[in-house]
Write a protein that binds this ligand. Structure first.
Ligand SMILES: CCCCCCCCCCCCCC(=O)SCCNC(=O)CCNC(=O)[C@H](O)C(C)(C)COP(=O)(O)OP(=O)(O)OC[C@H]1O[C@@H](n2cnc3c(N)ncnc32)[C@H](O)[C@@H]1OP(=O)(O)O
Length: 191
């Protein structure tokens, strides 16, 4: 863990938003074309996250042949994406819009194609716009051996971050999404 992902001494404990999905509830995709969670990406991860207790969640991602690096094994960048997506989903439990500033990843075991990666993640602290979180990914079952680990620093942003930096066609289409929850997760702090 680097100092960038270590909460300062005066950081606060994270506070679960009162309207956060109940423990066990699926979060669903925050954006149809997200490579991590969107259903509209044929070779995406299709990661499914479920709210946990407090500011924590669990998620599952099945490694397919489209995700290989070495023959028959998941690409490390794809595994980092799964961790990034899982950690990013935590922010919905806080009802904060945030982007990854720093993602530190340990690759502990190779992950074969057709393996389900069982992820768990939690926010550990919040300091101003900085959100500190960590995640682990296990194989062979939710209690199986750890294959990947990450610690991250997310930075809270305004909705303008996406409007100013994204392509107008995708932004407008996402804002017009009839799925209110998905639109809220993308663009509103307190729907
Ligand atoms: C269309 C659908 C939209 C979907 C929306 C849902 C989103 C979910 C997406 C989910 C997808 C999954 C998730 C994804 O993949 S999110 C996509 C990947 N991430 C990005 O694209 C972020 C790119 N970076 C930026 O835009 C800016 O750098 C940000 C916004 C992060 C900060 O620039 P900004 O100008 O705003 O702020 P600041 O520079 O004053 O920094 C503020 C404080 O933070 C500290 N700091 C900053 N960076 C780092 C660092 N690397 N290590 C350590 N510290 C760092 C900094 O020192 C300062 O501290 P202090 O001096 O105050 O103490």
């Amino acid at each position: 863990m680097s100092t960038a992902t270590t909460p300062p001494a005066d950081a606060a404990a994270p506070v679960r938003h009162p309207d956060a999905p109940a423990p066990g509830e699926l979060l669903g995709a925050h954006y149809e074309y997200c490579f991590g969670c969107g259903g509209g990406q044929p070779h995406g991860l299709h990661l499914e996250a479920r709210a946990g207790e407090g500011v924590s969640l669990t998620a599952e991602f099945t490694v397919t042949a489209a995700h290989q690096g070495a023959p028959g094994l998941a690409h490390g960048g794809v595994l980092a994406t799964a961790l990034d997506e899982t950690l990013g989903s935590l922010n919905w439990l806080l009802r904060v819009i945030a982007v990854t500033g720093r993602l530190e990843t340990d690759f502990v075991r190779p992950v074969p194609v057709d393996t389900v990666l069982f992820l768990e993640a939690e926010v550990t602290a919040v300091a101003g716009r900085k959100i500190y979180s960590r995640a682990t990914g296990r194989i062979g079952g939710p209690e199986g051996p750890v294959a990947v680990r990450a610690e991250a620093l997310f930075i809270e942003v305004k909705v303008d971050h996406f409007i100013d930096n994204g392509r107008p066609e995708e932004i407008q289409a996402a804002m017009a999404d009839p799925d209110q929850v998905r639109r809220a997760r993308a663009f509103e702090v307190n729907p």
